[in-house]
Design a protein around this ligand. Structure first.
Ligand SMILES: Nc1nc2c(c(=O)[nH]1)N[C@H]1C(S)=C(S)[C@@H](COP(=O)(O)O)O[C@H]1N2
Ligand SMILES: [Mo]
Length: 197
């Protein structure tokens, strides 16, 4: 994906707006974990201590929110989706994932579905830290998903970027996530302006 392309119907902002439903998740290391489950041979649960030790990737990813703002050139540091994929053995014909996050205290209350094949590059990251032209490297603010949030490749609207992530469910069939169930696009490509379905 070439960076710095404004999708149709979007405007550029250098701010990083905050958008979510429900309360900001309050991190407690003792109760936090990350689960890999669904169509896998064996489920895997990672503690916070285990997840922060995984290899990191730094990548610059443009963000496109369906509410029409786009923020270019934010650098993110985190764990590539493909690193987590190495930790599980998939059943046959697994082609989709659901990425879960907290909503009103429920660790699986928010989710966004994505095709597995689109998440194998450096631009599909579970993010701890970020920087841009105006900000030095810093931890995510709780409002942006601390301690860990997903940033999807720029070929997906940002609602696919689950904040306060809690796990990945591997699936054979595609399933609608939180916003998708309410009428937002399943595929959500900003360059094709796939906002609703
Ligand atoms: N857990 C959770 N993640 C979420 C949301 C949410 O409500 N809950 N909102 C999504 C939406 S609609 C958008 S546009 C982005 C916004 O991310 P930001 O607030 O860091 O800009 O987070 C996504 N991730
Ligand atoms: Mo959104």
């Amino acid at each position: 994906m070439t960076a710095k392309q404004l999708p149709p119907g979007q405007f550029e902002t250098d701010k990083w707006p905050i958008l979510h439903v429900g309360d900001v998740y309050e991190f407690h290391e003792e109760t936090w974990d990350f689960q890999l489950f669904g169509e896998v041979k064996e489920n895997v649960t990672l503690s916070y201590d285990e997840i922060i030790k995984l290899p990191r990737t730094i990548s610059t990813i443009d963000m496109h929110c369906v509410t029409t703002w786009s923020k270019f050139g934010t650098s993110f540091e985190g764990i590539a989706f493909r690193e987590l994929l190495k930790l599980v053995q998939l059943e046959e014909d697994v082609n989709y994932v659901q990425i879960y996050g907290y909503y009103e205290g429920d660790r699986f209350g928010y989710c966004a579905n994505l095709p597995l094949a689109s998440l194998l590059g450096d631009n599909a990251l579970f993010v701890f830290r970020w920087k841009d032209e105006k900000h030095e490297w810093q931890e995510l603010d709780p409002k942006h998903g601390y301690p860990l949030r997903f940033i999807p490749p720029e070929t997906f609207y940002l609602w696919k970027g689950t904040k306060w992530v809690s796990g990945i469910r591997f699936m054979k069939e595609d399933e609608a996530g939180f916003w998708e169930e309410m009428g937002y696009s399943i595929t959500a490509n900003p360059f094709k302006e796939e906002r609703y379905r």
